[in-house]
Design a protein around this ligand. Structure first.
Ligand code: AMP
Ligand code: MG
Length: 287
């Protein structure tokens, strides 16, 4: 791994604070905390802009390497209840990258066609290609979250999916995909405030869905379902990160660092020219 360029406002690489540890309880998450960050909200805009640039540079390097045969890619999996801030991560963090190398997919209620296939069918189709950063706004984990909470399939069916997901993700990692799994948590109080804002602002109606209140009322069941996800699908090759999201600025900074760390872990450098640079300069001068 290359030398750390972590900004001094972080006490440690964020993943050391955010990685789920066996025994951690969803019920105990302090959603307003800012683990590992010494600064405050006032520090966020400048730092976010700097780190967005760092992310963008590394993303370009990843993409550049794919042009010379490097098949590796990154997949950011965003899971969280409504209003947790998934869209904000897409817009303010991933959005700093070059769209040419970003593969974004949001997973909603499956279509008729999707339902006629295995639940991983639509996931396979959305995986990032060589040099890309894939972003899943919700994911295959909905098939053990909303599906479990609403009994959309019998318990023995969703119950078998945890092992299946682990095996699937192992295959992805072995195939050169670095997975960054992020579980985003807001307090019920903060969620209420964010839903209320959506109802106050015509520019936010599009984000509101009356069903969000029904899901909110099922939070205790979701809490159990998230706990099971974290307990059963945190692996050494694809660990979960638990992100407190009451402070959007913190969640964005933290997830930006997770992306930067993952990119740096690939030990990238600019691919060398596959042509004779000096000869080309001479040719160009005469052209
Ligand atoms: P949103 O992300 O706000 O656009 O909402 C998408 C909705 O689709 C959420 O309520 C998800 O829980 C739901 N959803 C996503 N995947 C599935 C799935 N596999 N089965 C059923 N519902 C799903
Ligand atoms: Mg929604």
């Amino acid at each position: 791994m290359s030398e750390s360029d972590l900004p001094s406002l972080w006490t440690h690489e964020p993943h050391t604070h955010l990685e789920f540890r066996p025994g951690d309880k969803v019920a105990d998450i302090d959603t307003s905390a800012t683990p590992g960050f010494k600064g405050n909200k006032a520090d966020a805009p400048t730092l976010q802009a700097e780190r967005n640039q760092r992310f963008a540079d590394l993303q370009e390097m990843l993409y550049a390497n794919s042009r010379s045969g490097d098949h590796r890619s990154i997949l950011l999996v965003l899971q969280g209840m409504d209003t947790a801030g998934k869209g904000g991560i897409v817009k303010h963090v991933v959005g700093a990258g070059n769209p040419q190398g970003i593969r974004y997919t949001s997973f909603g209620k499956p279509t008729e066609e999707e339902l006629s296939h295995h639940y991983l069918w639509r996931i396979w189709k959305a995986l990032p290609g060589a040099g890309e950063i894939g972003v899943f706004d919700r994911s295959h984990y909905e098939d053990v979250l909303i599906v479990r909470v609403h009994n959309l399939v019998p318990p023995e069916v969703w119950g078998a999916r945890y092992d299946e997901i682990n095996a699937f993700e192992k295959e992805l990692v072995d195939g050169g995909i670095t997975l960054i799994k992020v579980a985003m948590f807001v307090s019920l109080e903060e969620q209420k405030a964010r839903l209320a804002e959506r109802l106050e602002r015509p520019d936010k109606y599009w984000k509101y869905n009356p069903g969000d209140i029904d899901e909110r009322l099922k939070w205790p069941l979701y809490q159990e379902a998230y706990q099971a996800v974290l307990d059963k699908t945190s692996t050494d090759y694809a660990p979960w990160h638990v992100i407190p999201c009451d402070r959007k600025w913190y969640a964005r900074l933290a997830i930006t660092e997770l992306l930067i760390e993952a990119l740096k872990g690939l030990d990238l450098s600019w691919p060398p020219a596959d042509f004779d640079v000096e000869a080309e300069k001479k040719r160009l001068a005469q052209a």
